[in-house]
Write a protein that binds this ligand. Sequence first.
Ligand code: URA
Length: 255
Amino acid sequence: MTKQRNEAEKKLEQIKADILNKNVCPDLAQGANQLVMGHGNPCADIVFIGEAPGKNEDMQGIPFVGSAGKLLDEMLTTINLQRNDVYITNIVKYRPPSNRDPSTDEKKEFWPYLMKELDVIRPKVIATLGRHSMEYFLPGQKIGAVHGQPKRIRINFGNTQTAGGLTVDAMQDADEQRTESYQKYDEEVADSATQKRATSEGSVSSSARKQDFTSVIILPLYHPAVALYNRGLRQTLFDDFMAVPEIIKKLNLEN
Ligand code: URA
């Protein structure tokens, strides 16, 4: 194990300890078997973010190990990746009762910890699985309209104070400046817009600096659970997944 990976794993363990010590979402915690943190390679270029653990995840303590996870594994195999090449996590890290959707408050409570997790991993690509994680990174977008279309955003991983993109202003602002496809993206314009938004939210100091923002590709994907029983969506998800190697190839050429 490399030193870098070791250090990243230690930091992720600390985030887990913080969630437990701060007693995040106590009601959810009480009904769940355990906290389900992210899993995989903490130095991965790509992170997949789902919504919340289900029954199998709650039993095993690992995200995406049920039927949706098997489909995710299958999709990874089609692009010659394995779980250990990527990092897989959820916004909400306790299983909601009866697998209900996580609430806005639950997502808000866990958001700072997701940002801390991403700050450790520093992925180049974030693939959101379903609308719950997509709405934070591409606020105002509809999964049916944007699935499979990579977008480049600039993100301040150090800003863990608020649930980014949750305020109405932020959503409108982000909606205007985040909808370019990543090929066409104008970094300078988006950079100043993102800084303006962050500052007006009061979520980072008014001295939010350009270097605090990192360029990341967001790939919005349907949630694999939705595709399980819908053949059409399943094919769409597999087709959308093919964007992953293309994005990685493009990013490697850029670097
Ligand atoms: N669905 C999710 O969103 N996350 C999991 O970990 C499993 C199913």
